[in-house]
Design a binder for this molecule. Structure first.
Ligand code: AMP
Length: 429
């Protein structure tokens, strides 16, 4: 199918062409026609499928079709809620790109930075607002935002928003937009909590899904290295001697782990930076820019931070730590197979991670090919003993630290009673 067949207006077709897209991606093919027809859409798709254009294009076309009375102040007619500032920025950029030849104004707001420039932009009048839930509610509370004229509401990466404890903020926003509206809902996974939310807020939605998560991995070359935990850093440095690893995204389980890997890489002479929720917005953006420009070859990230990373030509993903949720493996390695491009995913597996590996292989339905010929083969074949219990006081202070670190990527602490005890991406939902 061609974009021309989607009944898009000429300025949007031209902008899409400028972006270098020739054909709509499957999610675009499925979601754009019903969204243009005003239907609610429930899309099961992850980042990398082209879902941003799938909701942005119909919104731009719809808003353009409405004639604004000259001299009338612009009002927010489309609202996009997304979990992280990186995603918010990318979505705003996408609206600006696809709407390049239109006379619509898009603004983006997110937490963790001064609100003043955002408020100034809102005051000038905008048509489309991209927001993270915490900052949006803050500014609504201060009277800077009125959502009464919203005609289309988009919930992007809804599973991640719930996962990050934004449910109350999302619910609050929903009460502020008109009940008579179009809702476009996108989520990479559809656990029960998401389905319940959908049932409440969507009206007779058209359900669209792109290839199930497990089949997206087919384009990506995968390799597995069995290695002891203590040798992972040496193996990483060894692999990075290969110049074919041009742009590498390394995943660690924790933020501290990410910082540690960066220190070790720098010690070994490899320029790397970490990107995770404890970093300031500027530090994250700078690291991302340096990576995109090729100034640094390696970016080390945690899963939440990586969700917002949009890099088209990522040559390698390295799972320094294997995720214990198998879907996360698929999301991680999917960073390299963006929009049909191939890539390589390398995973390190120590003895403690064998269970996770088994679950991953079950999900993707195949064994990851093992590379046996490397200088750091696994030598420890016993489980690492559990750490002795920490004294009470220490636990309390660690908990305090964790809670303060629970400031989400939005810079807003999660609300009490959020999904505190829920595991991320509970498999049962
Ligand atoms: P998204 O899933 O919206 O984050 O998009 C993933 C990447 O695919 C972005 O870098 C887009 O620029 C790119 N993309 C989106 N739609 C298309 C398309 N139809 N053809 C080629 N690339 C696309």
């Amino acid at each position: 199918m061609k974009f021309e067949e989607l009944q898009l207006i000429e300025p949007i077709l031209r902008a899409v062409q400028d972006e270098g897209y020739t054909n709509p991606s499957p999610i675009q093919e499925q979601a754009i026609p019903p969204a243009l027809a005003g239907r609610d859409v429930l899309g099961c798709a992850q980042t990398g499928t082209g879902k941003t254009a799938a909701f942005a294009i119909p919104i731009l076309q719809h808003l353009t079709a409405q004639k604004l009375e000259s001299g009338r102040q612009r009002v927010i007619r489309a609202l996009i809620l997304t979990p992280t500032r990186e995603l918010a920025l990318q979505i705003c950029d996408s609206f600006k790109a696809y709407g390049h030849y239109l006379r619509l104004r898009t603004a983006v707001i997110f937490g963790g930075v001064s609100q003043n420039p955002q408020v100034d932009e809102l005051k000038r009048g905008i048509d489309i607002l991209v927001a993270t839930p915490g900052r949006l509610n803050d500014l609504i509370g201060q009277g800077y935002i009125d959502l009464q004229n919203v005609e289309t509401l988009v919930l992007d990466e809804a599973d991640r928003m719930l996962d990050m404890g934004f449910i109350h903020d999302v619910e609050k926003v929903i009460t502020r937009v008109p009940s008579e509206r179009q809702t476009l809902f996108f989520s990479a996974t559809m656990p029960d909590s998401i389905m319940r939310l959908c049932n409440r807020i969507l009206t007779d939605p058209v359900k669209v899904a792109v290839t199930p998560v497990s089949s997206t991995v087919d384009l990506i070359e995968q390799a597995l290295y069995y290695v002891d935990k203590t040798n992972k850093r040496k193996l990483l440095l060894y692999l990075l001697k290969n110049p074919a690893l041009v742009s590498v995204l390394v995943f660690t389980f924790t933020k501290h782990g990410a910082d540690r890997v960066v220190r070790e890489l720098e010690k070994g002479g490899v320029h790397a930076q970490a990107i995770h929720g404890n970093k300031s917005q500027n530090a994250r953006q700078n690291a991302l820019n340096a990576f995109k420009n090729g100034d640094i070859r390696v970016l080390v990230a945690t899963d939440i931070a990586a969700r917002g990373i949009d890099i088209d030509e990522l040559s390698h993903v390295i799972n320094y730590d294997l995720p214990n949720i198998p879907e996360t493996y698929v999301h991680r390695i999917g960073r390299t197979g963006r929009a049909g491009l191939g890539g390589t995913a390398i995973s390190f597996c120590c003895f403690d991670e064998k269970e996770s590996l088994a679950e991953i292989e079950k999900l993707i339905g195949k064994k990851i090919p093992v590379v046996e010929d490397h200088p750091f083969p696994m030598e420890i074949f016993v489980q690492t003993p559990k750490q002795p219990r920490q004294p009470r006081q220490r636990i309390a202070s660690e908990r305090g630290k964790q809670l303060s670190a629970r400031k989400t990527a939005d810079g807003v602490p999660t609300k009490p009673g959020g999904n505190r005890s829920k595991p991320k991406y509970s498999r049962k939902g």
